[in-house]
Design a protein around this ligand. Structure first.
Ligand code: ADP
Ligand code: MG
Length: 302
């Protein structure tokens, strides 16, 4: 019997669904524990996280945990795979756009627009020393692993649960879904622009599915509305024609890398997704929907 539980963390909805009902409590504990560990590593709002320590030490390398190294490697891989459309050095730019504390507080006020005087993001300047487990960025840069850490956590939790508890599992963290373990049928998942507002139900047999959107994490500034997806080329919120991208890939990390990149790349997103051979669904500024050839039309195995 499938069993599921839902709660809130990281300002988003977390859901774990397992095939074997008796595994649910242990599965939930694995997700909670991993999310705590990942927050300790890379939560930019936690002054005691390792990411905050790297940012505070910008200009020199500091020792970090193996988990933080894995998260940094994932972020650098995403940057390399997207030609820098996904770039973990947009930390200052996200804050500069107004997203400098938890989203509820940001939404509750009107941010005063600031002139852009920041260095351009440049992921090639991040240094990770695997031998001594140390990491650093040059002065003038700040890391933000928001585009890959949630997906990494969903992938890792799903894999750990399937392995440790011997059940098929679906882990969802704020729009990043990852499945692991064997089961007869694919998981039925709702795709939409935000949690609780489904637009299409599809089958997900394996891998990961991720949705990135500029429609939800938005706030007001004295210069108009802003959102949380930064175009590393301009350092400002992206301005492309797509407001939401959902991608299916081998892992949630790959899916989220592509969904973030699609929003950043704007007019080039369709060519990028087609070339990468990914199944994707884009929603435009006016609600128009575009899907790649591989995207499922209705409920059937993805
Ligand atoms: P969503 O939260 O809608 O799923 P993403 O998964 O794309 O969106 O993650 C967006 C987060 O990633 C932002 O809140 C910010 O922390 C970070 N970010 C924003 N723009 C970029 C970018 N171009 N490259 C890497 N990280 C980004
Ligand atoms: Mg995401």
């Amino acid at each position: 019997m499938t069993a599921s539980c839902t709660w809130s963390d990281w300002s988003c909805k977390v859901r774990v669904t397992v095939d074997r009902e008796s595994a649910l409590e242990d599965a939930r504990a694995i997700v909670i524990r991993l999310m705590d560990d990942v927050a300790q590593s890379v939560d930019r709002f936690r002054p005691d996280s390792e990411l905050s320590a790297i940012n505070a030490a910008a200009g020199r390398m500091i020792p970090v945990s193996r988990r933080t190294i894995a998260l940094l490697d994932t972020a650098i891989e995403a940057a390399s795979a997207t030609g820098g459309a996904v770039d973990p050095t947009i930390g200052f730019h996200v804050q500069h756009a107004g997203y400098d504390t938890d989203i509820e507080t940001v939404r509750a006020s009107i941010q005063l627009a600031r002139p852009l005087t920041l260095q351009q993001a440049d992921w090639t300047r991040v240094r990770v020393d695997h031998d001594v487990a140390a990491a650093g960025i040059p002065a003038g840069f700040q890391l933000d692993l928001g585009a890959t850490a949630k997906a990494w956590t969903a992938d890792t939790a799903a894999r750990d649960i399937a392995h440790a508890l011997g059940t098929a599992v679906l882990v969802e963290i704020g729009g990043d879904l990852s499945v692991a373990g064997r089961r007869m049928n694919s998981w039925q998942v709702d795709v939409g622009e935000q949690s609780g507002v489904p637009a299409q139900r599809i089958g997900l047999a394996h891998g990961g599915l991720a949705t990135s959107s500029t429609a939800v994490r938005r706030w007001r500034t004295s210069d108009g509305e802003a959102h949380h997806i930064i175009d590393p080329r301009t350092g400002r919120p992206s301005t492309g024609p797509w407001r939401t991208a959902t991608v299916w890939a081998a892992t949630a990390v790959e899916a989220n890398t592509a969904s973030t990149a699609a929003l950043v790349l704007g007019d080039e997103a369709v060519a990028y997704l087609n070339e990468a051979g990914l199944a994707a669904r884009l929603v435009g500024r006016f609600g128009q929907i575009w899907t790649t050839a591989g995207w499922p039309r209705d409920v059937k195995a993805a």
